[in-house]
Design a protein around this ligand. Structure first.
Ligand code: IPM
Ligand code: MG
Length: 350
C-alpha cells in the first residue's frame, strides 16, 4: 500500500530492493498493490476500501508507505486518511507495534543528544499496544453540553489486551538484553493500575527478564537524559505513539527507522516510522531507507528469512559508509542522492 505523499516513491524503491534480494537468494515474491489513505479517498471516497482489507488478509505480509496530507486535512474526521491506517490495524488484529530506535554509527553526527549521552548507547525498542486504549475506547464523541463544545475519549484496557502485549515485550527482551520497562500513569489513571498489575503477573513467566516501571512523564524525560537505560519499553497506544516519536527523533535519523505491526495470526504490516512528508512528495528527495529496512523487518518476521534481512541491512550500512545520503541526512562532504539513486546504491551493495 503505497499511500500518500512520498509513500509511492519510497515503496517503489523498497520493492526494487525486495526483488533484488529475491533474485540473489533464489526466492520469488508476488506482490499486489492496494489503496489506502488519501489516495483511496480520491479514488473511492473512503480511506480503507473493502478491496484493500481483502487484499491484505490474503497476503502473507503487508508493506505500507505513509498516509495523509494537507489535501485531506479538512475532511470529516470519519473519512480522514488516518482512519484508513487505524482501520487496517484493527481489521488485521495488529495489536503489537514494534518500533526500534537505534543509532546508525554512520549518522552519529545527526544524533540530537550530546556525545557523552549517546556514547553510553542508544538501542531500544518501543513495543506499543496498537488496537486498544484511548484510540479505540468507547464512549468517544463530541457534543454541545450546557452550551459548551465538549469532547471525550475513553482510555480502556482489559487484562487480556494487556497480557498479550506484555508477552510480546518480554519475548522481545529475551532476544535482546533481557530488560523490559513498562510505562504507564498509574499514579493518576485507573486503567494504568490494571496495566501495571497485569504486566507484573505476566513477568513471573519470564524470570530471566528484569522488569521496571516508569510513569510516562518520567519516561519521556529519561529517554533524552539517558536512553542507554532502556532495552524494551512496553506501553499503551497513546503513550507509545508519543514515546516512539521521541525515541526515533533523538537518533537524528527518523528517515531511517522501520517498524513492524504484528497480530497473533494474520499478516504483519511493515512500514517506515516517518510520515508522508507532503512538502517533498513527488520530487525524488525522500529517503527510502526506512522503507527498505522495513522490508528487512518483513523478511525476518513474516518470512523467517533472517539471512536475507541481514543482507539488506548490511547493504544499507555499506551505502551509508560509502558516503551516500538523501537530503534529510545530508552532511558536508557526503554525496547527495535522489530517492531512486539511493535505491540503486542499496541494490548495488546488495
Ligand atoms: C503513528 C501515527 C498514527 C498513530 C496516525 C497517523 C494515526 O502517528 O503510526 O504513530 O497515531 O498511530
Ligand atoms: Mg505517531
Amino acid at each position: 500500500m503505497p499511500g500518500d505523499g512520498i509513500g509511492p516513491e519510497i515503496v517503489e524503491e523498497a520493492l526494487r530492493v525486495l526483488n533484488a534480494a529475491a533474485k540473489k537468494f533464489g526466492h520469488e515474491f508476488s506482490t499486489e498493490e492496494a489503496l489506502i489513505g488519501g489516495s483511496a479517498i480520491d479514488a473511492t471516497g473512503t480511506p480503507l476500501p473493502e478491496a484493500t482489507v481483502e487484499a491484505c488478509k490474503k497476503a502473507d505480509a503487508v508493506l505500507l508507505g505513509a498516509v495523509g496530507g494537507p489535501k485531506w486535512d479538512t475532511l470529516d474526521p470519519a473519512i480522514r486518511p488516518e482512519k484508513g491506517l487505524l482501520g487496517i490495524r484493527k481489521a488485521l488484529g495488529l495489536f503489537a507495534n514494534l518500533r526500534p530506535a537505534t543509532l546508525f554509527p554512520e549518522l552519529a553526527g545527526a544524533c540530537l543528544l550530546r556525545p557523552d549521552i549517546v556514547g553510553k548507547g542508544l538501542d531500544l525498542i518501543v513495543v506499543r499496544e496498537l488496537t486498544g486504549g484511548i484510540y479505540f475506547g468507547k464512549p468517544a464523541g463530541t457534543e454541545v453540553r450546557d452550551g459548551k463544545r465538549t469532547g471525550w475519549n475513553t482510555m480502556i484496557y482489559n487484562e487480556d489486551e494487556i497480557a498479550r502485549i506484555a508477552h510480546v515485550a518480554f519475548q522481545a527482551a529475551q532476544k535482546r538484553r533481557n530488560k523490559v520497562c513498562s510505562v504507564d500513569k498509574a499514579n493518576v489513571l485507573d486503567v494504568s493500575r490494571v496495566w501495571r498489575e497485569v504486566v507484573i503477573e505476566v513477568s513471573r513467566q519470564y524470570p530471566d527478564v528484569e522488569l521496571s516501571h516508569l510513569y510516562v512523564d518520567n519516561a519521556a524525560m529519561q529517554l533524552v537524559r539517558d536512553p542507554s537505560q532502556f532495552d524494551v519499553i512496553v506501553t499503551g497506544n497513546l503513550f507509545g505513539d508519543i514515546l516512539s516519536d521521541e525515541a526515533s527523533v533523538i537518533t537524528g535519523s527518523i528517515g531511517m527507522l522501520p517498524s513492524a505491526s504484528l497480530g497473533s495470526a494474520q499478516p504483519g504490516l511493515f512500514e517506515p516510522i516517518h510520515g508522508s512528508a507532503p512538502d517533498i512528495a513527488g520530487q525524488g528527495k525522500a529517503n527510502p531507507l526506512a522503507t527498505i529496512l522495513s522490508i528487512a523487518m518483513m523478511l525476518r518476521h513474516a518470512f523467517d528469512m533472517s539471512v536475507e534481512a541481514d543482507a539488506i541491512e548490511n547493504a544499507v550500512h555499506k551505502t551509508l559508509q560509502a558516503g551516500f545520503r538523501t537530503g534529510d541526512i545530508m552532511e558536508a562532504g557526503k554525496t547527495l542522492l535522489s530517492t531512486r539513486e539511493m535505491g540503486d546504491k542499496v541494490i548495488a551493495c546488495l
